[in-house]
Design a protein around this ligand. Structure first.
Ligand code: FES
Length: 311
């Protein structure tokens, strides 16, 4: 069990906290690309690690992530107009571009160039793997985008979605790499699902709907041996289960710094599943979930079946 002070350190993600500053050294998903579907479409309010921000796609298709509140009198820019490469504040008309520059100040005399003195907080943005990523850390520490395999593939080979979770991001990460709960949470207690698929009897994988020995081994051995192997990008968590022969069935999950995980997969060629855990506040998070297959496009059925809960 964690001590209370350790838990506090891990889960506080606001600006100026230890973990909050660490997370800000990495690119962070803040929306799905499809949530800003068109040029000059409606802006979106977002909260990332306690910061209230605004995301918008401008007339060129470039996405900006800026402070949600106007630096003039604090009006909410979500009420503003997204037009001609900028968000125009609904109160006095100041307009900001995706880099946070004030590009128009219609209430001031042009010869004063007052707009050149004004900036709004803005963060660098990239689109990568169907997601919109922001970098919220120091400019001189900006890393590369994470080389998640699914983002390196053609769009046809992946499917990306997201889900809300009412717990802190660390609890969510923990659930994703904790293989021991699979025997209970996903096989024993989903009674309605079990009745439909007869999971316990036929050992059907709840994700792939395919009956396999792997599901039988998970069901029959609720005490996996856990082995953790650190590596330069994170660690692997392996859970070994008895198979009734001399062999051990190892389910191996990946944790990748600072908040990505890959679920164990069963067989070569099967679809892969991963998740990225983004703190909204200190007590809830968005989980970006993705399925991909390095060898072929996903089918429509596979896209629809992409799970919102993986372990
Ligand atoms: S409050 Fe935004 S321009 Fe005045």
């Amino acid at each position: 069990m964690l001590r209370a002070e350790d838990n506090k350190f891990l889960t506080e993600a606001g600006s100026g906290t230890g973990m909050g500053e660490l997370l800000r050294r990495f690119w962070i998903p803040v929306l799905l690309s499809e949530e800003l579907p068109e040029l000059d479409s409606d802006p979106k309010k977002i909260v990332v690690m306690g910061e209230e921000l605004l995301a918008f796609r401008d007339s060129r298709g470039v996405v900006g992530v800026i402070d949600q509140y106007c630096p003039h009198r604090g009006a909410n820019l979500w009420l503003g107009r997204n037009e001609e490469c900028g968000i125009r504040c609904v109160y006095h008309g100041w307009k900001f571009d995706t880099d946070g520059r004030c590009v128009d100040m219609p209430t001031s005399y042009p010869d004063l160039n007052a707009k050149d003195l004004i900036r709004i907080k803005s963060y660098p943005v990239r689109e990568w793997g169907e997601m919109i990523w922001a970098y919220m850390g120091p400019a001189d520490q900006m890393p590369e985008l994470p080389a998640l395999e699914m983002a390196l593939l053609p769009a046809s080979h992946r499917f990306v979605t997201k889900k809300w979770q009412d717990c802190n991001w660390v609890q969510a990460v923990e659930g994703s790499i904790d293989t021991a709960h699979f025997t209970f949470a996903h096989l024993s207690f989903e009674k309605e699902e079990n009745e439909i698929l007869d999971i316990k009897k036929h050992f059907v994988n709840p994700l792939t709907r395919v009956a396999t020995d792997h599901m039988r081994w998970i069901a029959e051995d609720p005490r996996p041996v856990i082995k953790i192997n650190p590596h330069e990008a994170g660690l692997t968590v392996a859970g070994g289960r008895l198979t009734g022969s001399d062999n051990i069935y190892w389910r191996i999950a990946q944790f990748l710094m600072p908040f990505h995980s890959y679920a164990p997969s069963s067989m070569p060629g099967e679809n892969m599943f991963g998740q990225t855990f983004v703190p909204v506040t200190d007590t809830n998070c968005w989980i970006y979930t993705y399925a991909w297959n390095p060898h072929r496009p996903l089918t429509d059925a596979e896209r629809e079946a992409t799970p919102t809960a993986m372990a």
